[in-house]
Design a protein around this ligand. Structure first.
Ligand code: LMR
Length: 330
């Protein structure tokens, strides 16, 4: 009798445990961003979701919110700190309140090409910058490329003087404000979700973005000219809430870290292609003229924007800037 009861009890416990295991809720990771899905960041977020749910079945559920649908610029950082969202990937221009050193990425004409950016980000200074917000509760998980920025306006911009007096939308970045002031243009901070309308209604006359953002936001429909200036960078830091990340079960954290590294390689390998594809689509749409600069014209933009470096070298650190310049030569 006693034997049967014990057996029945053991059985009930086993079922109970099994029930608990299957009923255990997966860890929900909200990944919010402000761009369209067919952009480098949009694709990266979807790949992260796919791999995480494939390799950690039942343990992790990733919800991706593109196009500022959960949190837009200005809100997403606070939301991450409140753990209302667990992963975001803001442009490197949006960190100035959390790390002055990260402003380095906004310095105009700092990097010759995306390969130099890649070398710098993978090098010791780039890796160190991922950790500069730990004391604020933010952990950097990696860098994702979008690409180099192009200037756009309703006016042909071949020399800095062409931009004089025009209002340009800028991201929330003091460096980018100074960049436009240096060419005697007027910077206007505006969240990404508002740019199309801002350009359409004339609140701003121009903007700066990689082709993938221009095309996916249809900015080319409201900008007559794009100058292929490659004057600055628009890349991302993928970040998480440090407390959330460190509180994950170790096996889950290790696997998510490996997945993030894999996604990072993939995003960075394909970002250029996506921008090139979108450039071709802009050309095919026939609404915008893409203009190219002669080496002399490009040098004029470079010279005009050069004073910005001096203004921020104290906050950024001269040694860091030197390391970035060295990445051009490797
Ligand atoms: C912008 O605001 O122009 C970009 O940071 C948007 C983005 O995330 O690519």
């Amino acid at each position: 009798m006693l034997k049967t009861t014990v057996k029945a009890l053991a059985c009930a416990v086993t079922i109970g445990l099994a029930g608990m295991a299957t009923a255990a809720e997966p860890i929900v990771i909200k990944f919010s961003h402000v761009v369209a899905e067919h952009t480098p960041k949009g694709q990266g977020a979807l790949m992260f979701k796919q791999l995480a749910e494939e390799r950690l079945p039942g343990k992790v559920k990733v919800e991706v919110y593109p196009n500022s649908s959960l949190f837009g610029d200005g809100k997403e950082m606070e939301a991450l700190l409140m753990n209302d969202v667990q992963i975001i990937a803001p442009s490197l221009a949006k960190f100035e309140h959390y790390s002055k050193a990260i402003q380095i990425f906004d310095l105009p004409f700092l990097f010759d090409d995306i390969d130099a950016v890649d070398r710098f980000q993978k090098g010791p200074v780039g890796q160190e910058l991922l950790t500069t917000m730990e004391d604020k509760g933010i952990t950097g998980l990696g860098y994702w490329h979008n690409g180099l920025k192009q200037l756009s306006a309703n006016k042909s911009l071949l020399e800095p003087k062409d931009a004089r007096g025009l209002k340009f939308r800028v991201q929330a970045s003091a460096v980018l404000e100074e960049q436009f002031k240096a060419i005697r243009a007027v910077p206007r901070k505006m969240s990404f979700a508002e740019v199309y309308q801002g350009l359409q209604t004339g609140v701003v006359n121009g903007a700066e973005n990689p082709y993938s953002n221009i095309y996916s936001q249809k900015m080319h429909e409201v900008q007559k000219y794009i100058t292929e200036s490659n004057h600055g960078l628009l890349d991302y830091m993928v970040i998480t809430n440090t407390k959330f990340w460190n509180g994950l079960p170790e096996d889950v954290r290790t696997e998510l870290r490996a997945i993030m590294d894999e996604v990072t390689v993939d995003v960075n390998k394909h970002a250029n292609e996506l921008n090139e594809r979108d450039k071709q689509s802009i050309l095919a749409a026939g609404k915008t003229e893409i203009q190219y600069l002669t080496p002399e014209q490009r040098q004029k933009w470079r010279d005009a924007m050069a004073p910005v470096w001096k203004k921020f070298e104290g906050e950024i650190g001269v040694e860091r800037i030197k390391a970035a310049q060295e990445a051009n030569q490797q």
